[in-house]
Structure formats: C-alpha cells, structure tokens
Design a protein around this ligand. Sequence first.
Ligand code: AMP
Length: 282
Amino acid sequence: MSVTERIEELRSLLAPARREGRSIGFVPTMGYLHAGHLTLMQRAREENDVVVASIFVNPLQFGPKEDYQRYPRDLARDAELAREAGVDFIFAPSVEEMYPQEMLAQVDVARITDRLEGAARPGHFRGVATVVAKLFNIVQPDRAYFGQKDYQQLLVIRRMVRDLSYPIEVVAVPTVREEDGLAMSSRNSYLNPQERQAATVLIRALRLGRERIESGERNAQRVRTAMQELIAQEPLARLEYLSIADPETLREQETITAPAFLSLAVFIGKTRLIDNLLIETL
Ligand code: AMP
C-alpha cells in the first residue's frame, strides 16, 4: 500500500492500472477510521481491482462554529487499518494541496440540500459536493462507496453524478453500528463515558418511531412527538431536528407511507450526532 499527499503523484500511481483497464474503487473519508469506514473499504476491495481511499478533513464542509479544528486525526493508525482492509492507495492531501487558492468554482446541488442537514448546516453540502467532485476528477474511479449513515449526502452525490454525467457507479453501504445500536462515527470519540451512554438515545428514538409505525400508527406527527418525548427524557441530549420524510424528496410526511425516512440530529453535550432509519415497506 502506498500513501501520497500529492495529486500528481496519485495520478501517476494510478496510470498503469487505468491503462490496463483495471477497475478502480474509491472510498472518500475524513479519516479517524472505524468499522463503518472499513466496511466500505472491504466492499470496494471485493468489487474492484484497485482500491483508493482518501483521508481529508475538508474545511469547506464545516461551518465557522463547527469542529473543523478539533476533528480527530491519526494518519499512522488510519494507514495501518486501511492496509488491513485491502486498500492499495491512500490519498491524504494537505489543505494547501487541495485548495491552493480560493475555490471560485464550487458545486451546488439544489433543493435536496434545503432540508435536514442542509438546513442545519448552511453551506455543508456545497463543501461536500465540491470536494467529492474534485476527488472524483483526481481519482477517476469506476465505483465510489458511501455510507447510508450520511443518507442525505448519498442523495446529493447520486444527484451530482447523474446531473453532471460522472461515469461512476455510486454504491451505498448500510450503517455499521456498535453493539448497543449507536451508529459508528469518528465523532463518537468526543464522548465521555456518560455521554456515550446517552448517545444511544438516537437509535432508541428511531426504533421507537419504527415500532409505532409497525404497530399501525399512520399519523406522522404523533410518531414524531413520541420520539421527541423519548429524547427529552435524556438530560444530556438536545434535539436539533427530527424528521419523517419521503426518502427521495426529503419532504415531511403527514400521513406515513412507505418508503419512509426517519432521521434526526441530536447534540450530546457539545457533540453533534446524526442517525437515520429507512422503512421500506409497511
Ligand atoms: P466520514 O469520514 O465521516 O466523512 O465518512 C466517510 C464515509 O464513511 C461516508 O461515506 C460515510 O457515510 C461512511 N460512514 C461513516 N460512518 C459510517 C457507519 N457507521 N456505517 C457505514 N458507513 C459509514
């Protein structure tokens, strides 16, 4: 496995594979790898001749009051884990390598970015779409792997790929969870032991919502209220948003219909966590 921080070097490293018509799978990450990331990498390994992973904490996708500076970083550990998962090339550029000058060209995906994470984090998806577009142009993969944990991001990337005709297959990978249901996230490392306990409130609320729907509740507002009440019982939790929406348009549902997309963002202390569940059939 080789690690490079240079765009031109990565291009030269990938040139022989491309010439020989070998397929390239790509896993973009912000590093501080956990089992969720590794599942994406293993899947890429199974489905491609060459696997590239990027590790880049992208300043464009963080708001001014967010955790860009304190976001956890450990390239040496990440490189070892990625190697074990079967990654061939790690691309770990500096901010200067990716953004040597002000980014006058950026990618905006309209409408589906107005809601949920897009509403809570203005500019976030513009930063995501821009860095992924740039990474796609650098790596030129055949397939790219994204987690359903960041479901709206997956929608945004799929739409960008379609609208801008990237010749890339976007592969969605189910959310990997801790034993108690907490979705794996690099940000879980911020949690102290008490907060780590409290953080299970996200999946508990989602599962409660799913249960209510499975037992026949069709009034979306009643399901939201039940979920909100559960979260209100957790003193370390502060709900930012909670949604039951159409998984394509992300418009809120009044009457529950399948498929239904349940999602939420919750602060546990100072740590902002997100999670979601997709209900495919009623
Ligand atoms: P990040 O490093 O948080 O930007 O995540 C990089 C990729 O890993 C994204 O496609 C995420 O959706 C995916 N990912 C993060 N956490 C998980 C998880 N718990 N399960 C599956 N995929 C994940």
